[in-house]
Design a protein around this ligand. Structure first.
Ligand SMILES: [Zn+2]
Length: 194
């Protein structure tokens, strides 16, 4: 697995530069941009530095060839799973029931707190709108998940699809569509950390 550090600039919109006090899980995302490169995704985030396009970032991007770009140091907060809209229009609920039950301190007061404070985020690039990870991307994704699980004492059950936390986000599309593939990834993770 080839890895490169290319950290985003410190900015309140993309990288607040705050160290996470605790890490209770990880979140997997797709970039929803078929054939985009990791460096282009990083540039998309970097261009938000001044807030022109809202908040957004993640710790790592896994490219289609399996190489990994580290964009935010793994011990800092990144902006990958904060909800900006309610679950449905007019609702006061911003996060899923799962997220609210697990981390009430980071989901109920949605205007001031978000699960970004406790969750690490990994994005992967993909070839098509279905968004399946290439064999190389899946392998690197799994290696990162194993690494962070060991580092932070996480189990497979502590890993989530973005949709599991922010219900209106169909992210990562492939793993939402093919739940058996998501289960297989988590099963491989369990093997990898045992
Ligand atoms: Zn996502």
């Amino acid at each position: 697995m080839t890895e490169k550090n290319d950290f985003l600039p410190i900015s309140k919109f993309i990288r607040p530069g705050t160290v996470r006090q605790k890490t209770l899980g990880g979140v997997i995302h797709w970039t929803a941009k078929p054939m985009q490169s990791a460096s282009d995704t990083r540039k998309y985030w970097a261009d938000r530095e001044n807030g022109s396009n809202g908040y957004g970032s993640a710790h790592d991007i896994v490219d289609r060839d399996g190489s990994v770009l580290h964009c935010v140091p793994s011990n800092e907060i990144a902006y990958h799973c904060g909800a900006t809209s309610p679950i449905y229009q007019g609702s006061e609920q911003y996060y899923t029931d799962i997220a609210r039950r697990k981390w009430p301190d980071f989901t109920l007061d949605y205007q001031h707190k978000s699960p970004n404070s406790i969750l690490i985020g990994i994005e992967f690039e993909h070839e098509t709108w279905e968004g399946f990870p290439t064999t190389a991307a899946r392998a690197s994704l799994l290696l990162l998940m194993i690494r962070y699980s060991k580092q932070y004492g996480l189990k497979a059950a502590d890993w989530y699809r973005h949709k599991d936390i922010v219900g209106y986000k169909d992210c990562p599309h492939w793993y939402n569509l093919y739940v058996e593939d998501w289960s297989a990834l988590l099963a491989d993770l369990t093997k990898g950390i045992s």
